[in-house]
Write a protein that binds this ligand. Structure first.
Ligand code: HEM
Length: 385
C-alpha cells in the first residue's frame, strides 16, 4: 500500500513533519487519496515545478481561490501574471509605500497595541500579532479608516471560503457578504485615489490596473497578508521563549534577529504548499503525474529536505546554505515578503523591548501548532514578569 493512500488528514494537520519526512524518503511524488491531490516533497522537484508554469499552471480548474476572491494574480500565469505583479508589487517594497511606513509608523503602531494589552498576561496571537498584521496591511493599502476589527473580519470571512473544501453553503454565503462589503470599500478607495495619494490602492490605479483587478487582488492580499505575519510573530516569539540559548544570542547580538526570523520561517513554514495543476502528463522523480492533476509543491517539506540542509530541524543562526522556500520560489513568490519580514522583526523587537521579562505562561497548556496548509500557534499565552 502506498504511503499516500494511508495519510490521514487530521494527522497531517496536527503534525505534518513526520508524514512529510516519510514521503521525502519513500514516496517523494505521492498521490494522497484523502486530499485528492499529489504532494511533491523534495526540493529539486518543487524547484522544477516552480520554474515550469507552462506545465504546472496556477489557473487551476476548479479553483477555491478564484471562487472565494475572484480571478487574481495567484490564479493566472505569466504574461498576465507579470503585468499584475509589476503594477502591484512596488508598494510592498522598501522603495514604495512600505518603506516610510516601516521606518516611521510601524514601531509606534506596535507600541500603541502594546499599550492596550493586559500587562499581567495576554495571548500574543490575538492581542498583539493579529491587530499588528491587520493594521499594517490596512495602512499600506489605504484602508485603515475601517478599523482593525473590520479588517480582521474581512480576512476571516475570505479565508473561511478559501478553505471551504466541503463546499459548505453557509461559509460561502458568509464569504459572499464579506466579499461584497469589502468590494464596496475598495471601490470607494479607488474612486478617492488621486496623484498625491501614496497608498498601495492609489498606486494600483495609477499603474493602470482595472477596478476588478484591484478589488480581486486586494482581497487576495487581505486573505494572505495578515495571517502569515501574525503566525510569524507568534512563532518567533514562541521560539525565543522556549530556546533560551537563542534568546541570549539575539540579546547579545541584535542583528541576529534577522537570521532567527529566516530560520523560523524555514523550519516552521507558515504556508504549507504552492498548489498547481498539470497541463500535460509529466514525470517528477521517475513518477508520471497525469494531465489535469492537482499538485501541491510542499514548501514546508522542502524547507526541511535533508539533501539541502544539514540538521534541518535545528534553528542555526550561522547557517549558510542558501535561501529557503517559505515565500515560495517561482513567479508567484510572495509579493509582500519585504513588508511581512519587517512586521515580524519590528513586532518582535517592540514586544521584547516593552516586556524584557516576557515568558510563557506555565499555568496554561504548552503552545500548540496547528494546520497543514496554514500552520501557526493556536495561542501563545505569556506573562510579563
Ligand atoms: C510574512 C509572512 C508571509 C509568508 C510566509 C507568505 C508566503 C507566501 C507564499 C508561500 C506565497 C506563494 C503562494 C503560491 O505560490 O501558491 C505567497 C504569495 C503571495 N503573498 Fe505572501 N506571505 C507572507 C506575507 C505576505 C504579506 C504581508 C502580503 C501582503 C500583501 C502577502 C501577499 C501575497 C500575495 C499577493 C501573493 C501572491 C503573489 C503572486 O501570485 O505573484 N504575503 N506568500
Amino acid at each position: 500500500m502506498s504511503v499516500g493512500s494511508n495519510i490521514d488528514l487530521a494527522a497531517l494537520e496536527a503534525d505534518p513533519d513526520p508524514i512529510l519526512a516519510e514521503l521525502r524518503r519513500d514516496e517523494p511524488v505521492s498521490y494522497v487519496d484523502a486530499l485528492d491531490m499529489w504532494l511533491v516533497t523534495r526540493w529539486d522537484d518543487v524547484a522544477a515545478m516552480e520554474a515550469d508554469y507552462d506545465t504546472f499552471t496556477s489557473a487551476t480548474e476548479p479553483s477555491f481561490l478564484a471562487r472565494a476572491l475572484g480571478a487574481n494574480m495567484l490564479t493566472c500565469d505569466p504574461p498576465q501574471h507579470s503585468r499584475l505583479s509589476s503594477i502591484m508589487k512596488p508598494p510592498f517594497l522598501s522603495s514604495g509605500r512600505s518603506g516610510p511606513f516601516v521606518a516611521d509608523e510601524l514601531g509606534p503602531f506596535a507600541d500603541s497595541i502594546l499599550d492596550e494589552v493586559d500587562a499581567d498576561g495576554f495571548d500574543v496571537m490575538t492581542a498583539y500579532a493579529q491587530p499588528l498584521s491587520a493594521g499594517a496591511l490596512a495602512m499600506v493599502l489605504g484602508l485603515d479608516h475601517h478599523g482593525l476589527d473590520t479588517m480582521w473580519r474581512w480576512c476571516e470571512g475570505l479565508c473561511a471560503d478559501i478553505a471551504n473544501f466541503e463546499n459548505d453553503p453557509s461559509l460561502t454565503a458568509q464569504a459572499n457578504a464579506v466579499k461584497a462589503e469589502l468590494g464596496a470599500a475598495i471601490e470607494e478607495r479607488i474612486a478617492a485615489a488621486n496623484n498625491a495619494d501614496n497608498s498601495a490602492i492609489a498606486r494600483f490605479v495609477q499603474g493602470g490596473a482595472t477596478p476588478v483587478e484591484i478589488v480581486n487582488n486586494v482581497r487576495l492580499m487581505i486573505s494572505g497578508g495578515i495571517n502569515e505575519p501574525r503566525d510569524g510573530i507568534g512563532l518567533v516569539t514562541w521560539v525565543l521563549l522556549t530556546q533560551p540559548e537563542l534568546r541570549e544570542r539575539v540579546e547579545a547580538e541584535p542583528t541576529k534577529l534577522r537570521r532567527l526570523i529566516e530560520e523560523v520561517f524555514r523550519v516552521y513554514s507558515p504556508v504549507g504548499t504552492a498548489t498547481r495543476q498539470t497541463t500535460r502528463d509529466v514525470q517528477l522523480s521517475g513518477v508520471t503525474i497525469p494531465k489535469g492533476a492537482i499538485v501541491a509543491g510542499v514548501l514546508r517539506s522542502i524547507n526541511l529536505d535533508e539533501t539541502r540542509w544539514s540538521n534541518p530541524t535545528t534553528i542555526d543562526l550561522d547557517r549558510r546554505e542558501g535561501g529557503h522556500a517559505a515565500f515560495a520560489l517561482g513567479a508567484h513568490r510572495c509579493l509582500g515578503e519585504w513588508l511581512g519580514r519587517q512586521e515580524v522583526k519590528v513586532g518582535v523587537e517592540r514586544l521584547f523591548a516593552r516586556f524584557p521579562n516576557l515568558r510563557l505562561d506555565d499555568a496554561v497548556d504548552p503552545v500548540q501548532l496547528h494546520g497543514f496548509e496554514f500552520r501557526g500557534p493556536t495561542a501563545v499565552r505569556v506573562r510579563t514578569s
